[in-house]
Design a protein around this ligand. Structure first.
Ligand SMILES: [Zn+2]
Length: 537
């Protein structure tokens, strides 16, 4: 139960971007009841917050915590960052919906992203996922997008082809049911098969369904390399023609030859808005990305899913063609591979499922290949086969100037894109994104604190339709974070799981989930959306 509480003399950063001001805040029944000087209230807990900043709880606009929320309800590394709401289901990956016969495909598909998923961790629909989360409890709130891959796997499987009209209608109906039940929107992952196999007709049909239900379209677009601007045009066209609001996932320009493209990318967004397209974007504050190793392959290699890939890898011809492609020796006219743009030395193995490969975690593909006496390409094939395609990688592929331009732009919001995988050496963004923005980058002059907080709170709340979150205002849910000026991320690429410092207290719906820097073990979080969120005080 929430405890009524009077927070005294905090420096209030209210989420709008306005300068902080010192005030008291009274919390009652899990909501903000009053803001003002010298509030009098009897019989409530008093928290002296002198010298601390009080902000709305941070909203992680983009992460992949779908699975771990079922397994680790305390979500320590998120709470320790001051995050009180997560958005999951991104980049086409969600653990629902499924139909009779698609469960196995969905489970296997998600496993390639974050390791083994068991039978009871995929769900028929949004309500099934929500009920499972509520049954286990969760420290923070969760907003869920429907992954396009789940829709495709339910209706078309792993086939590499356009959907028929009948199949489009089936996917639209399946999607509409999830949106009406409380899912926040649809996520595309147009580099990830089978989402990548969709044509414009299918994407437009699904976008219209999202629009009709008043929800959001999020997209990991078709490419972030030399094809970034064309891929943005594709997404902007869908938003324009369907009238749906959009969130472009982790805007970046990847691969050294493409550095500097951010200026044009940001102008393109401004132009789209001038034409009435409601678009913004999320991005994490690091110059490296992370994904599953299968992202290094061309999308047609995954026709038929992982099993199709394995069958193809058994053919010598296919392997040779793949080697040529990855190493940039394809004939003219074929777009360069990701590997040829960023270099094997900039791809680091960050997580594996097979215990026999554990020693490779933290090593670059070049280092690891040298140690094993094989080529990086042969190591890639070995990882695909021996780790069931479940290897995670970190890719050092971005330019600091592009990153700065994106993360300080007015249309930007913060999303960690964290890929939680306990016991591995993940990208530090899962452990440090929010304190990095509020601390280190703010001190380096990227933005004022108020601007930083706005990017981590109200912008995401607006985008995901969270009308009672993201601001400090009477009536809003008491999802709050209190932190000191010295707030700092401690996770690095070499020590990626170090927790941040400087965050004192975190409240979710008026309950302390972090108190004096320590987890309390309380689980007041809810899945937000329709009836799922109502019980949240
Ligand atoms: Zn993505």
């Amino acid at each position: 139960m929430p405890v009524d509480c009077l927070i005294r003399d905090a420096r209030i950063v209210d989420g709008t971007g306005a300068p902080w001001f010192v005030s008291d805040v009274l919390l009652r029944d899990g909501r903000i009841a009053e803001i003002g000087k010298a509030i009098q209230a009897d019989g409530v807990r008093v928290l002296d917050a002198q010298g601390l900043y009080l902000a709305p709880g941070f909203i992680d606009a983009h992460c992949h915590d779908d699975l771990i929320c079922l397994r680790e309800p305390e979500r320590i590394e998120k709470i320790a960052q001051g995050v009180t709401t997560l958005v999951v289901g991104n980049c086409s990956f969600s653990l629902y919906p499924m139909v009779a016969g698609s469960a196995g495909n969905l489970r296997k598909h998600f496993s390639t992203l974050l390791g083994d998923v068991s039978d009871n961790e995929v769900f028929e629909d949004f309500a099934g996922y929500r009920d499972a989360i509520h049954g286990r409890g969760l420290a923070l709130n969760l907003v869920s997008l429907v992954g396009h891959a789940a829709l495709r796997l339910a209706v078309i499987g792993h086939e590499r082809r356009a959907a028929t009209d009948a199949e489009c209608k089936e996917m639209q109906a399946l999607l509409a049911r999830q949106l009406r039940a409380g899912a926040a929107g649809l996520s595309l992952g147009l580099v990830y098969p089978p989402s990548a196999y969709a044509d414009r007709g299918e994407l437009l049909a699904l976008s219209r369904t999202v629009q009709e239900n008043g929800k959001l379209l999020a997209a990991h677009i078709r490419g972030y390399e030399g094809d970034l601007l064309d891929s943005m045009d594709e997404f902007i066209g869908l938003l324009r023609d369907s009238g749906v609001p959009g969130l472009l996932s982790h805007l970046q320009s990847a691969g050294r030859p493409n550095w500097g493209q951010m200026t044009d990318a940001l102008s393109k967004l401004e132009q789209a808005r001038q034409q009435g397209v409601d678009i913004s974007f999320d991005m994490y504050p690091y110059p490296a990305g992370s994904s599953y190793i299968l992202q290094l392959l061309p999308t047609d290699a995954l026709e038929g899913g992982y099993d199709g890939l394995v069958a193809r890898l058994a053919q010598g011809d296919f392997r040779e063609q793949l080697r040529f492609y990855l190493e940039g020796k394809s004939p003219k006219g074929v777009p360069p591979s990701k590997v040829s743009l960023i270099g094997w030395e900039n791809v680091r193995i960050s997580g594996v499922s097979n215990p026999g490969l554990k020693s490779l975690e933290g090593q670059s593909m070049v280092q690891a290949a040298v140690d094993l006496g094989i080529s990086p390409f042969d190591l890639l094939v070995r990882l695909i086969l021996e780790d069931q395609g479940q290897t995670s990688i970190v890719m050092f592929q971005l330019d600091e100037k592009d990153l700065h331009a994106a993360c300080t732009h007015r249309l930007h919001m913060v999303g960690s894109d964290g890929l939680p995988r306990p016991g591995t050496k993940p990208h530090p963004r899962a452990y440090g994104t929010f304190p990095r923005v509020a601390g280190r980058l703010r001190r380096e002059g990227w933005f004022a604190l108020e601007d930083a907080v706005c990017r981590m709170t109200s912008r995401a709340a607006e985008r995901f339709g969270l009308a009672d979150r993201g601001l400090i205002r009477p009536g809003m849910a008491a999802d709050l974070v209190l932190f000191g000026d010295a707030i700092e991320d401690c996770a690095t690429f070499d020590s990626p799981t170090r927790l941040p410092t400087g965050i004192e207290h975190v409240l979710v719906a008026g309950e302390m989930v972090l108190e004096n820097g320590k987890m309390t073990g309380r689980l007041p979080g809810r899945v937000l959306g329709q009836d799922g969120g109502k019980k949240n005080a």
